[in-house]
Design a protein around this ligand. Sequence first.
Ligand code: PMT
Length: 353
Amino acid sequence: LAVPSPSFFRSQLPLSPRNEPQLSVFVVASRFTMAHSDPSASKVVDIGLSEEFAVPSHVEEVKKLMAEFAERHGSAGRRVVLITSGGTKVPLESRTVRFLDNFSSGRRGASSAEYFLDSGYAVIFLHRHRSLYPYTRLYTGVNLLDSLRLETSKEDAGQVLVDQNALPNIANILKRYQAVKVAGLLLPVEFNTLSEYLHLLKAAAQALSSIGSKAMFYLAAAVSDFYIPAYEMPEHKIQSSNGPLQISMKMVPKMLSPLVKDWAPKAFVTSFKLETDPSILLERARRALETYNHQAVVANVLDTRRGYVVVVTKDTQQELVLTDEEVQKEVEIEDRIVSNLTAAHSQFMSQQI
Ligand code: PMT
C-alpha cells in the first residue's frame, strides 16, 4: 500500500453544504492506497440505503444469482452461509484516485469458507476484490511462474509441469476445490467500495430470506464506519495546490440493524467485533448483541486474532484458544469458530420449528 505524499494532506475538500450531524476528522495517519476509478459504481438510486451510496450497476443481476443459489441448496435441504470478507474502501473523489481502506486480509473469511464447505454448507462468499480467496489463499506467497516448468525434451516439448515442492499439498487442495466447484457449492461475489458492499449485502439478505432459518450470516468483513456522501464528493482529483486537506465524513448506518429486523429476520446472524484494546472487547461485543439482538458475536483483538477469539451469545461466552503445539501443527482457529457456530446454528434451527 502506498502512503500519500505530504502534499496530499494540504489540499482541501469542500465542506458540507448541509447542516447535518457528521464527523469531522483531519486524516493524518489513516491507511491510504491509490486506485483507479470504479466503473461499476455508477448511478445513484435510493433503494432504502438513501441516495448517498451509489448503486452498483450489476446488483439486480447478482441478487438473482444469489436467490437461485439459495433456492437450489435450500430445497436440497442444505444450509447456506453468507460470508463477508475483506475491507471496504471509501473513495475520496468520484473519479477515484485516493481512498480510505479498512484493514482486513480476508484470511478469516476465506479459511472459514473452507470449513463451512467441509461442514456441508453452501457458501456465498461476498469478498473484497483481490482479498484472500478459499483454497488459493494457501498459495498467496508463491510466484506462479516459479511453480511451473516448461518441458523442452523432444517428446514433451511445450508441456507445462507443476513443481509440487513449490505448491505443497497441491493435489489434495485441487481435489477439494474441484469437488466444491463441480457441486456448485461456492458462489463468489466481489465488492470494492463501501457502497458496493452495502447494496450487495442487502441484496444477499433479501435473496436468502426464502430459506428462513437455514441461512447464516457470518459478517467478518471490516466495514468502514465513515464515508463521504456521493453528493459531497468532488468529481476530480483533489488538488494539493489548495492547501491542507480537511475531510468531513458522515457515520455509516450499521447494517446489522435492518439485516436482523427487516431483511433476514429468520436467519442466524453472527457479527464480528474487532478492537485493538483488549480491555473493552467483551463489553463492546455484549453491547452489540443487546443493540442488534442477533445470535452471536465473535470478538477478537487485532494482534491476537489468529490464536484467540471469544464467541459471545445471549447466554454464553466461550473462549477459543489455540495452544502453541496446535499453532505449530498449523491448526486454524477458524476451524474452531466454524464448528462452534454450526452447532449453535443447529440448535437455533431446532428452536424455530
Ligand atoms: O481478514 P483478516 O486479516 O483475517 O482479519 C479478520 C478481521 C479482524 C477483519 C475479522 O475477524 C473482524 O473482526 N471483522 C470485523 C471488523 C469490523 O469491522 O468490526 P466493527 O467493530 O467495525 O464492526 C462490527 C460488525 O458490524 C461487523 O460484523 C461488521 O460487518 C458490522 N458492520 C460494520 C459497519 C457497518 N456500517 N455495518 C455493519 O453491519
